[in-house]
Design a protein around this ligand. Structure first.
Ligand code: GLY
Length: 601
């Protein structure tokens, strides 16, 4: 079976079971608490918690309601948590997830029966290769006897059903909070191929669990792993499927080192290149923060393994074309070879220069160290200095040190380097990654800190749009009285004596969302307070402003800008970065003062 056949088989199967096929969401996540889409359920998160109604509310990017309680999709995903595992037999950063989802349409019985019917009758995988896991219960969450019974009734022998704890059989939430629940998983030849999540809970940021009003189903089946499992002729790894083989062959044309003698660099290059192509196609550019940083890390890591295989200078060109050829039918958005290659050209020429210069400096430093007594502290210091001052990759410094100092305890040095980073990050609040290039530090740590700031910035920009939309709908009586933004929501207080109707709230939301969709540039200008008031920039009346103020504009230019506001920033660069805006509460907090709470997702 080919990947194309498997994708079609899956979608057709669930369509026949009453599921609406929904296209993949972008890799740049619609869930603002994570950088990337890491699971198929993410675009459906608001439906599980009841924030969006599948029949009434507009889906964030389909721009129509879903009109179904049951949906299925094939989702491109990017997970960076396993980046160091890539190169083994089953870990990937870029992959596709097959999934069926339900928000109150069906629950365990149907979800398990559908999955089993698909695996047994459509994929025709023999029972002898199968194992099932079920949640064993932990603390307040009970053991999943119901799923166990359903599997038994479907004919799975008792000894093939294994109970496991929360570590293995509980999934989610993605990001800081969201729907989650116990799982039941299908294993083939010892590898998990399908995760059935029974969304019964909503987990808050403080880890508190609350029962969801409506139980939901969220499943995820890795396309690559499932494809491997269904091959007629037994293959050893996912890298022998048509989702990798063409890339491996393309790399093989450029090197004398064979895939079978050193598969790891081949696999890393193939995997990372897919992520690179999809990310650049979505408009991400390499940089030192956030998504751009992840892209930079993938590119540089791929280059290092390309160096290892002594691939030619423009090794990536034919591979980019191959990735596009393999995926463009299903993901037409990636058909942008010239742009992708040009971003790579520029980024890699910078990286090669950095490597060359950095290596020269490092060699000198190593010579100096050879005349001294060394210990892990001294070596870690050099690793950190190379990174901090020159953006030189941590792994490369370590590799050079290993060559020169054969007895070095790598783990010890790495731990020390992490310590340096911690201290450094505490000193400069934003952390080293903001300032310096390179890679090698734990991405998950970088993401967690920065992500809150990004969301706060987005919410801040959203309140500017909200401010103007309130005036549009409610009139000039609206004056800002206060605003408070944290990671979860924006709070906006303003003067208004009337009652605000549901229609007006809807209207305000619509205006804000339409301004987000119009992708208005956000920029500021410094001007005298007088001039700012003349152009009618909104000010917060309680505040005393200096003579020269910063005014933020959201619009194509100063004259036509939708929003003009006295403000110190920071803001998003373009309103489209904000995502989806939703008012969650309107209340009266005093005589003539109203308070709005709003979220983005
Ligand atoms: N959302 C289920 C999974 O990613 O496994």
């Amino acid at each position: 079976m080919t990947s194309k056949e498997l994708r079609n088989l899956f979608l057709k199967f669930f369509e026949d079971k009453g599921h609406k096929i929904v296209k993949a969401s972008p890799l740049v996540s619609t869930d603002s608490s994570v950088l990337f889409t890491t699971a198929g359920m993410q675009q459906f998160k608001p439906y599980y918690s009841g924030v969006l109604d599948p029949f009434k509310d507009i889906h964030p990017f389909l721009l129509t309601p879903l009109n179904s309680l049951n949906v299925c999709s094939i989702q491109k995903c990017l997970r960076t948590s396993d980046i160091d595992e890539v190169g083994d037999e089953s870990h990937l950063t870029f992959f596709e997830m097959l999934g069926n989802f339900s928000f109150g349409g069906y629950f365990k019985k149907e979800a398990i029966s559908y999955a089993w019917e698909f695996v047994k009758d459509y994929l025709q995988i023999d029972l002898s290769r199968i194992e099932i896991t079920v949640f064993n219960g932990e603390k307040e969450i009970p053991k999943d006897e119901e799923s166990y019974k359903i599997w038994l009734e479907l004919g799975i022998p008792q000894e093939k059903i294994i109970f496991k704890g929360r570590e293995d059989n509980f999934w989610g939430p993605t990001g800081k909070e969201g729907p989650c629940g116990p799982t039941s998983e299908i294993y083939v030849d010892g590898v998990e191929i399908w995760n059935l999540v029974f969304n019964e809970y909503f987990q808050y940021e403080d880890k508190k669990l609350e029962k969801l009003k409506t139980k939901g189903i969220d499943t995820g089946a890795g396309l690559e792993r499932m494809l491997k499992a269904v091959q007629k002729e037994k293959i050893e790894t996912i890298f022998e499927t048509d989702l990798f083989k063409p890339l491996i062959e393309e790399i093989q044309k450029q090197t004398n080192l064979s895939y079978y003698s050193s598969p790891k660099p081949y696999r890393i290059i193939a995997d990372h290149l897919k992520g690179i192509v999809f990310l650049i196609a979505e408009g991400i550019e390499p940089s030192n923060i956030d998504r751009g940083y992840v892209l930079r890390r993938l590119i540089r890591r791929a280059q290092r393994y390309a160096n290892y295989l002594s691939l030619k200078d423009n090794w990536y060109e034919s591979l980019v074309l191959k990735v596009i050829e393999m995926y463009k039918e299903f993901y037409p958005e990636i058909d942008q070879a010239p742009k992708i290659i040009s971003v790579l050209n520029e980024e890699l020429s910078k990286f090669q220069k950095l490597l060359k210069e950095g290596l020269k400096i490092l060699k000198k430093e190593i010579e100096k160290l050879k005349t001294q007594e060394i210990n892990d502290q001294v070596l870690a210091n050099l690793v950190f200095k190379m990174y901090e001052s020159f953006g030189f990759p941590i792994e490369l410094t370590l590799e050079e040190l290993k060559i020169s100092f054969k007895t070095i305890d790598e783990e010890l040095v790495k731990n020390k380097v992490q310590e340096f980073f911690k201290i450094h990050q505490e000193i400069s609040k934003k952390g080293a990654t903001k300032k310096f290039g390179g890679h090698g530090i734990d991405i998950s740590k970088v993401e967690a800190g920065d992500e809150e700031e990004i969301i706060k910035t987005k919410l801040h920009s959203a309140t500017h749009l909200l401010h103007q939309a309130l005036i549009d709908v409610l009139g000039n009586e609206v004056k800002q009285m206060g605003s408070d933004i944290n990671f979860e929501r924006a709070r906006f207080d303003f003067s208004y004596s009337g009652k605000i109707t549901n229609e007006e709230i809807k209207k305000i939301e619509e205006i804000v969302n339409s301004k987000i969709k119009q992708a208005l540039p956000v920029f500021f200008k410094e001007m005298s307070k007088e001039e700012a008031l003349k152009i009618n920039a909104k000010a917060f009346f309680k505040e005393k402003y200096p003579e020269i103020v910063k005014v933020y504009f959201m619009g194509q230019d100063e004259n036509s800008a939708y929003s003009k506001e006295f403000c110190g920033g920071p803001h998003v660069k373009n309103t489209k970065e904000i995502g989806n805006f939703r008012i969650i509460k309107v209340e009266s907090i005093g005589e003539g003062i109203k308070r709005i709470r709003a979220k983005i997702f």
